[in-house]
Design a protein around this ligand. Structure first.
Ligand SMILES: Nc1ncnc2c1ncn2[C@@H]1O[C@H](COP(=O)(O)OP(=O)(O)OP(=O)(O)O)[C@@H](O)[C@H]1O
Length: 260
């Protein structure tokens, strides 16, 4: 990964998303800095995925704005937001089971570059093909999965598949990533290694991450800032240390959970 100087910040203001009579996200405002990992936590059904969808254009909020650096993404489709560098992963992994690891990872940058052309994947030039290969190789290296590059993804363990998904995301020239429960299904050691990959990527590229995560040990290890959603509202914002010792946050979410 090449080291860059400064990343862009994600600036989300006053987002409200309603589904009929349900207000899934209620006037939520969040600022996530480039070069950092910001956590978005909250109980099941709090509105975290809906908030992500509003950021990436998967749903259109009733109110609110989304900016990435100096780009106003408000009202634009998800493809436009991806062009401007806002990437995401999903709660359920979306990998091509019958393709190899290398092929899966290459689909990220290939789709990104092709989306700038009217005929998409039909045409690509040599320079672009070289870039796609280089980016995929670097991302696999970064995620320590180079040795798996010729394996079929359907044959891999959950931990390895999570890394393939992450490698595909970071192989794509995104400036900011939204990760939805990316460590789900990993054991303690795999989670720790996964967290180190995220931390290194942010440090080396200057890019930012907003992560939805239920694993509080991982959150406390990698996040600098935390936002807490409860019933669609941001009820707390602060440094990770402050958030984890806040009575309000404990009452809403953490309960007696130990994060040591
Ligand atoms: N498409 C939809 N139509 C109607 N209601 C929805 C829709 N999507 C989400 N909801 C509702 O909005 C609320 C927030 O859901 P959301 O999935 O965003 O929560 P979450 O915090 O991501 O939950 P989890 O941690 O379980 O993934 C829930 O009450 C959910 O049932």
């Amino acid at each position: 990964m090449s080291r860059q100087t400064s990343g862009v910040d994600l600036d989300v203001k006053n987002v409200t998303v309603r589904f009929g009579g349900i207000t899934a996200v209620n006037d939520a405002t969040l600022y996530a800095k480039g070069g950092q990992i910001t956590g978005l936590i909250g109980p099941n059904g709090a509105g975290k995925t809906t908030f992500f969808n509003a950021c990436t254009g998967w749903n259109q909020p009733q109110t609110g704005t989304v900016r990435l650096g100096n780009q106003d993404l408000h009202g634009h489709r998800s493809s436009h937001r991806a062009h401007h560098g806002l990437g995401r992963t999903f709660q359920r992994m979306e990998l091509f089971e019958s393709l190899t690891v290398r092929e899966n990872v290459r689909t990220g940058p290939a789709a990104f570059y092709s989306s700038f052309r009217p005929l998409g994947l039909l045409y690509s030039n040599r320079k672009e093909t070289r870039q796609i290969r280089q980016r995929a190789d670097q991302a696999m290296e970064h995620c320590s999965i180079t040795h798996l590059r010729d394996k079929i993804v359907g044959d891999l363990s959950t931990g390895q598949r999570r890394l393939v998904e992450l490698a595909r995301a970071i192989a794509t020239p995104f400036k900011f990533l939204l990760l939805d429960e990316p460590s789900s299904g990993l054991d303690v050691q795999e989670t720790h290694a996964f967290g180190a990959v995220l931390t290194n990527w942010v440090r080396e590229t200057g890019n930012g991450i907003l992560i939805v995560e239920h694993d509080m040990a991982l959150v406390s290890e990698i996040c600098q800032q935390i936002y807490v959603l409860d019933f669609g509202k941001i009820i707390y914002q602060g440094t990770t240390k402050e958030a984890l010792s806040s009575d309000l946050v404990k009452a809403a979410y953490l309960g007696e959970v130990s994060v040591a």
